[in-house]
Design a protein. Structure first.
Lengths: 182, 398
């Protein structure tokens, strides 16, 4: 089993943190290996930004994504730049449909999550859009690990925002349960 | 082929990694973070540095961690001063290190020669990025290979290790401190942006499961002590400053008692500085083979590129292609014999590296068989090669 995930968006959305949280979760799964790589430098301070996460039950050699199973898009710019890395027949594309109009053909395996809209309306803080999104995709990444995710999110954000982030995470998870792709 | 594993003597006590895994802990960490963790375990208590992408995390984490163990982390005015401070700390009896990237590594060359000449054990990490000059600060590269070996002036030798995973950043750091203390030399860890910035699981053994090497200090009466007189293994005893042993430490050609030497003494000293390392390569030289070690097609790689090549070997296997990947872990002094053995029987050799052909020249030197073509699969400009590209190269260049 080798699963490749790419999170992408623009700098400041907490894209890299999403990858770091998934990687840190794997400390709790002794049988799984993980690598997390990131686009680094000016790209992470505005502009397009990405992190690659690879999870496997074997030793991971190539540490980046070359055939992504899941791509999570959080900006139009990222779609423009990186959609061509997706395989129309196998890559599941999750996108924040607050910020992205539509995923063009021939990419049909898609799942729209209004992460930024929910963060703004329900939590009055768009900062938690990334965490809402994490809640919405965790079952697609590592099924049955929501409790571990919650723990890692709690320890990855500033104390005073912990409660807010956990609520956003739970809301994202709930969104997945009620809207999940077939 | 016989492989020298890190487990075999330089690192683990007794049973090696498998036994050690029963204790210790596993943590997801950055390659650069793993380097710090290992350095502290190895007893490093001084860090002299100057920040530079993509090595800055090492300085950052050191600045938080060293004070907690009564160590000292100093940010100097530049990389020259950083390494000179490390040399001073080393003579002060402390295990010391620094970390940098290409432009800073350029500035350090002078002090690398100093460390070699005054035989100061220390560890220098170069997390490589694109060059020349300031180049591409956030991009990966492997263009400093020759600089790591020949960057300072004159004839000398040192040891350069090339990690390809966060775990190897940890392992090689322990090994680097041990080798630096054993041989009284600067040991360079030649990492790159991919390895420095990868997050993955790292196994951190308990300290009591590791082997740590310490420099040998003099115990003879002070008046009998001759500062640069080598022991049987070519390495002199090393007093700590201010312990009463006469310690003239100069960077010029010197006699055994540390004063300026004549031409003959200078020549003898240079030969000793080289042979104390190169006569003992079997203690540390390491080459690994991944895949089918009888395959006629062979990749040769070092550092992060090893990982992409491994995946290419696996993909090739699925398609019925037999490939071996030869990974040079200790690039300097170049392990000629181990590489020759690892490539025995290979008919097609593809050297893959993120520069315009550096290890390739070593392979051409080592494998002198006109019927074997040594090809170069080169990627520069911060592009980390994908496994599929290795296979495409094999197909297209056939």
């Amino acid at each position: 089993m080798r699963k490749e995930i790419i999170f992408c968006g623009f700098g400041g959305q907490g894209i890299i943190l999403m990858g770091v949280i998934i990687a840190r979760m794997m400390e709790h799964f002794p049988d799984l290996q993980v690598t997390q790589a990131q686009s680094y430098g000016p790209a992470s301070r505005g502009g397009a930004c990405r992190t690659d996460v690879v999870i496997s039950d074997q030793q991971i050699n190539y540490p980046k994504s070359s055939r992504p199973d899941l791509m999570v898009f959080m900006s139009e710019e990222a779609v423009k730049r990186l959609l061509s890395e997706a395989d129309p027949t196998r890559t599941l594309i999750v996108y924040d449909n607050t910020l992205i109009g539509a995923i063009p053909a021939p990419y049909t395996k898609t799942f729209a999550v209004p992460a930024t809209k929910q963060a703004e309306e329900e939590f009055k803080n768009r900062m938690v859009a990334n965490i809402f999104m994490l809640g919405a995709v965790i079952e697609l990444i590592n099924p049955g690990s929501f409790d571990v995710l919650k723990k890692i999110v709690g320890s990855s954000v500033p104390k005073k925002f912990e409660e807010l982030n956990i609520k956003a995470l739970e809301a994202g998870y709930e969104y997945y349960r009620t809207h999940k792709p077939a | 082929m016989p492989q020298r594993q890190l487990e075999s003597g330089m690192m683990f006590n007794g049973e090696g990694r498998k036994e050690a895994m029963k204790k210790g802990r596993i943590k997801v960490m950055l390659g650069n973070e793993a380097c710090v963790e290992a350095a502290l375990l190895a007893g490093c208590r001084f860090y002299g540095g100057y920040p530079i992408t993509p090595a800055t995390e090492i300085l950052e984490i050191m600045s938080r961690r060293l004070p907690l163990v009564d160590g000292l982390c100093l940010q100097m005015e530049d990389e020259i001063a950083a390494l000179v401070a490390v040399v001073g700390a080393s003579w002060g009896g402390t295990k010391a290190m620094t970390a940098t990237s290409g432009p800073g590594f350029c500035l350090m060359q002078e002090a690398i020669g100093l460390a070699v000449a005054v035989e100061a054990p220390c560890v220098i990490v170069n997390v490589m990025r694109g060059g020349p000059a300031s180049g591409q600060s956030t991009s990966t590269a492997q263009g400093d290979l020759y600089q790591a070996r020949y960057g300072s002036n004159g004839d000398y030798s040192l040891i350069v290790l090339c990690p390809s995973t966060a775990q190897e950043m940890f392992d090689h750091t322990i090994k680097a401190f041990n080798l630096s203390e054993r041989f009284r030399i600067p040991v360079i860890i030649l990492s790159d942006e991919v390895v420095g910035h990868i997050r993955e699981k790292v196994f951190i053994p308990d300290a009591d499961q590791l082997t740590f090497v310490e420099r040998k200090v003099p115990t003879v009466p002070r008046e009998e002590f001759v500062i640069f007189k080598p022991e049987e293994n070519g390495v002199p005893l090393m007093p700590t400053f201010n312990t009463g042993y006469k310690s003239p430490v100069i960077s010029q050609a010197k006699s055994l008692n540390g004063n300026r030497g004549n031409a003959k003494e200078a020549v003898e000293n240079i030969h000793r500085l080289v042979s104390k390392i190169e006569d003992h390569m079997d203690e540390f030289a390491e080459v690994q083979v991944y895949g089918d070690d009888k395959a006629e097609t062979a990749f040769v790689t070092f550092g992060s590129v090893c990982r992409a090549a491994r995946s290419a070997v696996d993909m090739g296997k699925e398609k019925g292609l037999a490939i071996r990947s030869v990974e040079v872990k200790t690039v300097w002094p170049f392990p000629d014999d181990l590489v020759r053995r690892a490539l025995a029987g290979a008919k097609r050799i593809v050297v893959a590296e993120m520069n315009l052909g550096m290890i390739q020249r070593e392979i051409e030197r080592v494998i002198r068989q006109p019927e074997i073509k040594i090809e170069l699969f080169s990627k520069i400009g911060g592009i980390y090669p994908q496994p599929q590209e290795f296979l495409r190269f094999l197909e297209e260049k056939r």
